[in-house]
Design a protein around this ligand. Structure first.
Ligand SMILES: Nc1ncnc2c1ncn2[C@@H]1O[C@H](COP(=O)(O)OP(=O)(O)OP(=O)(O)O)[C@@H](O)[C@H]1O
Length: 259
């Protein structure tokens, strides 16, 4: 379970270009829940993810994971409990190493132990099983160098590597944004398979409204550093892309009227 309590972050406080990134943001994500965060540019989505992962220190407020206060902890102390996949498919994997070697690297990172027996049969069988979750055939390409994989396969590999340590929370930071639409859909299917198979509590930021409609249990729309709208349950099942865009439009119209 993730709890963000009254999170506040102001950049350039008191200066003419002061920016309120998080304005008392409150958000709770239940264990096993898949939340999809949307919002216009500057709404606070990245700031929220950075505050959760520890790369952005809050001015005030709290971040709790399964009831434990993470607020003062640096990134590396949270890393065991929080996995994050970024936009760039090149970031999460080592290009010149094979799929199996990348899985071993991830295991090393997650376990913080030396892996004495290297790529032994037991380990390879385990990697094959985990990669099969993605449904992309990567389990049959353990000896393929990662730079020979497609962008979608590579990003999906990053995902399965990131969640190897059974994290309490998975953060997906626009992880399909750099991919072409078809590949983005393939990665989303792989993501859902992994999230469901491994029962991951997941918070995904996306600008893709179709993905926000099609995936996850709850849509969370941010605006001006706060939760502007939440759509879950039955309402989420019925929501359309134009409904979501309408909420952006309403906000813009009211802002125009107010100005
Ligand atoms: N490092 C920073 N220095 C100064 N201002 C920042 C910084 N990071 C974010 N901001 C400001 O905080 C506000 C929220 O930005 P943030 O990047 O969190 O929004 P976002 O919803 O992720 O936007 P986008 O969809 O464009 O990525 C914006 O006004 C932004 O300009």
């Amino acid at each position: 379970m993730l709890e963000i309590r009254t999170a506040r972050k102001v950049f350039y406080r008191g200066q003419p270009d002061e920016k309120i990134a998080l304005d008392g943001l409150d958000l709770t994500l239940n264990t096993g829940e898949f939340g999809v965060v949307i919002g216009s540019n500057g709404a606070g989505k990245s700031s929220m993810l950075n505050a959760v992962s520890g790369s952005l220190a809050l001015d005030s407020g709290q971040i709790l994971i399964n009831g434990d206060d993470m607020t003062g902890l640096p990134v590396h102390k949270r890393a065991k409990r929080i996995a994050r996949v970024f936009q760039d498919p090149m970031l999460g994997t080592a290009a010149s190493m094979t799929v199996a070697e990348n899985m071993l690297l991830a295991e090393l990172r997650n376990s913080r132990r030396t892996l004495r027996h290297g790529l032994n049969a037991k380990r390879l069988a385990d990697y094959r099983e985990r990669l099969a979750i993605l449904g992309l055939g990567l389990e049959d390409r353990l000896n393929t160098r990662v730079d020979l994989l497609s962008g979608g396969q590579r990003q999906s590999l990053s995902l399965i590597m990131a969640v190897g340590g059974s994290p309490d929370l998975l953060l997906l930071d626009e992880h399909t944004a750099a991919l072409d639409p078809r590949t983005a859909d393939i990665v989303m299917q792989a993501t859902v398979r992994a999230v469901e198979a491994l029962k991951l509590t997941t918070l995904m930021v996306t600008h893709n409204m179709q993905h926000a409609v099609d995936f996850g249990h709850r849509v969370i729309m941010l605006n001006a550093g706060r939760v502007h709208l939440e759509i879950g349950g039955e309402e989420k099942t019925d929501v359309t892309v134009s409904d979501l865009i309408g909420h952006f439009a309403t906000k813009t119209d009211s802002m125009l009227l107010a100005s």
